[in-house]
Design a binder for this molecule. Structure first.
Ligand SMILES: Nc1nc2c([nH]c(=O)n2[C@H]2C[C@H](O)[C@@H](COP(=O)(O)OP(=O)(O)OP(=O)(O)O)O2)c(=O)[nH]1
Length: 128
């Protein structure tokens, strides 16, 4: 099982979502940006590092949500989500195909990576 952190990032009351590239696993699926936990790293360090590496911005973690464990046949992911606030930096996509800033009500319209669906649903139930 691989441990992966991801961030639900609020920017001006919109939510940042990113689309995986054609060359990645789960091509063109939508996800919350993030990535694999490295050895000796805690989950908060991991999500801040991954967000800087992948989309060039700094975030502040607000709250950890419930993990989503999903079996994709070729691998099992333990996805660890963090509600986060944008702090600084300009969005530059180093790996992703595209991004969108969406209203909460628009989130379920995307073609999500399967592991993200329970996280999207938990987030939709939260007060913002
Ligand atoms: N970052 C991120 N990954 C997710 C989400 N949902 C989900 O199933 N994943 C999966 C896709 C990837 O296999 C893995 C994250 O790893 P990654 O983004 O660091 O790795 P990758 O696919 O670019 O690299 P690789 O495994 O092909 O070497 O978790 C999500 O919301 N965010």
């Amino acid at each position: 099982m691989i441990n992966v952190t991801c961030a639900i990032i609020k920017i001006n009351n919109k939510i940042l979502v990113t689309q995986r590239s054609e060359k990645m696993k789960l091509p063109l699926k939508w996800e919350f940006p993030g990535g694999k936990l490295e050895e000796g790293e805690n989950v908060v360090e991991c999500i801040k590092r991954e967000i800087k590496e992948e989309i060039n911005i700094e975030i502040e973690v607000v709250k950890q949500l419930t993990n989503s464990i999903y079996n994709y046949e070729i691998f099992t992911v333990n996805l660890i989500p963090f509600l986060s606030e944008y702090v600084s930096g300009e969005i530059i996509l180093f790996e992703h195909n595209d991004y969108k800033l969406l209203e909460k009500s628009e989130l379920l319209q995307l073609d999500w990576a399967e592991a993200d669906l329970p996280i999207v649903k938990e987030f939709l139930k939260l007060e913002l």
